[in-house]
Design a protein around this ligand. Structure first.
Ligand code: ADP
Length: 257
């Protein structure tokens, strides 16, 4: 039986969500969470109702990346009220259970599904799910039990990125979730004094992706110290710098999902 057979989804829990967009990466540390957060806030800046689900049990990053307006989530009648920042709803294991890292294997998908479906998201146009890194059982199971609309795959130019991206696309293909965009993060650096673009890790594989997989929406995000700084201080970059070239690129990504 498929792993999803014994994982019930409470009916109706995610019915009022227009699109569920998964942000995935093969490895950790490539900027998946940064991408998920800035994508979500870019969507919200256009007036969309947006939620972010940080699905990383072992290393929840949403509590660091976004400073919510309230301190703690509230439980009521077995449901959880999400936190909020700048109108975006937030849920993370970091808010509910700091001891959760003892869980293993496909069970994680079950637990993730439970947190996702007991959260009172209300009516949303988009729910952005920041998936745990990897393209293994947990990610596959989760993509089977949640009706995802689209996937965004995040990679970097230096980490065997082409192989990573293909693994990600293949995984989502298996469960009929279209990979609508590939984000090559930390793709280049613009020298502040000269304005010259340096492709420090070499050029990525965008052209090959376009030719072999028909992925036309590929994005290159620069290495930007401010992106990292803002993330660490809890203010999403696109909220702090709405009128920058990088925010424009995140807007373009928002148009692709
Ligand atoms: P992941 O979710 O893939 O583990 P994160 O989004 O947490 O990765 O990013 C890892 C680290 O790299 C964070 O400190 C983040 O601020 C930083 N970072 C991500 N993208 C960029 C970028 N384009 N420029 C500079 N720093 C970045």
């Amino acid at each position: 039986a498929p792993p999803s057979a014994n994982v019930p989804t409470p009916t109706g829990a995610l019915d009022n969500i227009g699109a569920i967009v998964a942000v995935a990466s093969c490895k950790g540390g490539v900027g998946k969470s940064t991408t998920a957060v800035n994508l979500a806030f870019s969507l919200a800046s256009r007036g969309a109702r947006v939620g972010i689900m940080d699905a990383d049990i072992y290393g929840p990053s949403l509590p660091t990346l976004v400073e919510p307006e309230e301190r703690a989530v509230q439980f009521k009648d077995g449901r959880i009220r999400p936190l909020e920042a700048h109108g975006v709803k937030l849920m993370s294991f970091g808010y509910v259970n700091p001891d959760s890292a003892i869980m293993r294997g496909p069970m994680i998908a079950n637990v993730l599904n439970q947190l996702l479906t007991t959260t009172e998201w209300g009516v949303l146009d988009y729910l952005v799910i920041d998936l745990p890194p990897g393209t293994g059982d947990v990610q596959l199971t989760l993509s089977q039990i949640i009706n995802m609309t689209a996937a965004v795959i995040v990679t970097t130019p230096q980490k065997l990125s082409f192989v990573d991206v293909v693994k990600g696309i293949d995984m989502f293909d298996k469960v009929s979730v279209p990979s609508v965009a590939v984000v090559e993060n930390m793709s280049y650096f613009v020298a502040p004094d000269t304005g010259v673009k340096h492709h420090i890790f070499g050029k990525g594989h965008q052209q090959r992706l376009i030719e072999q997989y028909g992925i036309t929406d590929s994005f290159s995000m620069p290495i930007d110290p401010e992106l990292s700084e803002k993330s660490d201080s809890g203010i999403p970059y696109v909220v702090a710098n709405p009128k920058s070239m990088l925010s424009d690129e995140y807007q373009r990504l928002a148009s692709a999902v």
